[in-house]
Design a protein around this ligand. Sequence first.
Ligand code: F6R
Length: 235
Amino acid sequence: MKIYKTAGYEELSRKAANIIVAQITLKPASVLGLATGSTPVGIYAELVRRYEQSDLDFSELTTFNLDEYLGLSKDDPQSYYYFMQQHLFSKVNMPAERIHIPSGKADPADLECQNYEQAIKVVGGIDLQLLGIGNNGHIGFNEPDEFFEKTTHCVDLDEKTIQANARFFSSVDEVPRRAITMGIGSIMQAKKILLVASGKSKQEILEKSLYGPITPAVPASALQLHPDVTVVYCE
Ligand code: F6R
């Protein structure tokens, strides 16, 4: 595991973007796993800047996002689909047909999960998976549990996650209670993983995840078993 501490959020964003740019440069037809939330916002802004100012090319990429709230449509400003359009996809030359985000409106949602997992397999798996980490140690929406969920599945969000994500909604009652997420197994099959964490509030859970016991009670602790993880963090 490579662990880089940066001086602040801007450096974190640049360093993580460098790793993604290196991946795209070395393999233009890469499959990227992407995350939402506040931490990757600066990374996406940096990727957009490099696209506008250099020859960074998204045209051969395929992407799979980690998760989506159940019940929200693509055009809901709180959906992760909307987030990705706003911060990245609408600003670069990413082909729409190779963007994958679970549908929050899928019915039945279980079938959407199976199809999503299958779609990742069909393209040969994820080359580089970007991850944030929740205050409770979640990655994607894999909440603390008694076992590691293997594949893409529906999940009831943890009370901590609902409270943490309420900042994006006008009230806590509006935060969806369920989501679709790639499983720990789906994430662990990515060839490379890039985990980013920003701020003092993440330091304790980051430390627990990287150095504590490997347990589904701290879902990110599974990453200790992955052969190619890079962590970029700042306090
Ligand atoms: C988002 C996701 C989540 C976030 C995590 C951290 O797609 O999968 O696991 O990465 O909740 O969110 P922020 O960056 O907002 O602290």
